[in-house]
Design a binder for this molecule. Structure first.
Ligand code: GDP
Length: 176
């Protein structure tokens, strides 16, 4: 029998420095590097083979800068699910998440585009300035999106973030 082949495209967006690259590196390589080079735009691709299907997961890491607006728009149009990342120690980075959501809604035709809002750096609990209890009702009730807190540093809930993205993108639960 011929296996079903699917590609799922995930896109990470958020202000510079919130930990998009760190979350992706933690997921792909279970590693955390306190300092690494700035990301411009980077595409990661992994393949999962199950009995029924071959699934390619593409993860687009973006910078917080807007150097390539056309490229960015194209990428948003082509993505299946979005992680909008902010840092719990940086309220401005949550405002950026609000702007990014609006940008996505403008560019995507279908109105139920899967969005997972990620409050990263929960290991910095004593520097926290954004409360999950304030963000959750906005994201879950007003936006009808998913909300998770995580830490690329402690690796808390990183699998939860990717599991939720794949679930939202309707990847069979066997692999997510
Ligand atoms: P990006 O610009 O969104 O891709 O952010 P990076 O992944 O480059 O991370 C920016 C900085 O925040 C780096 O110095 C990371 O080591 C740090 N960082 C990322 N995630 C976490 C985290 O969960 N906790 C802490 N304490 N620092 C983090």
């Amino acid at each position: 029998t011929v296996k079903e082949k699917t590609t799922v495209r995930l896109m990470f967006l958020g202000a510079a420095g919130v930990g998009k690259t760190a979350l992706i590196q933690r997921f792909l390589h279970d590693r955390f590097e306190p300092k690494h080079k700035r990301t411009v735009e980077e595409l990661h691709s992994i393949e999962c083979d199950t009995d029924e299907a071959k699934i390619r997961i593409e993860i687009m890491d973006t910078s917080g800068s807007y150097s390539f607006p056309a490229m960015r728009k194209l990428c948003i149009r082509n993505s299946d699910a979005f992680a909008l990342v902010y840092s719990v120690d940086d309220p401005e980075s949550f405002e950026e998440v609000q702007r990014l959501r609006e940008e996505i809604l403008e560019l995507k035709e279908e109105k139920d585009t899967p969005i997972v809002v990620v409050g990263n750096k929960v290991d910095l609990e004593n520097q926290r300035l954004v409360l999950g209890e304030d963000v959750m009702p906005v994201v879950e009730l007003e936006w009808n999106a998913s909300f998770l807190e995580a830490s690329a540093n402690s690796s808390e809930n990183v699998l939860g973030v990717f599991g939720e993205l794949l679930r939202q993108a309707r990847v069979p639960s066997r692999i997510s």
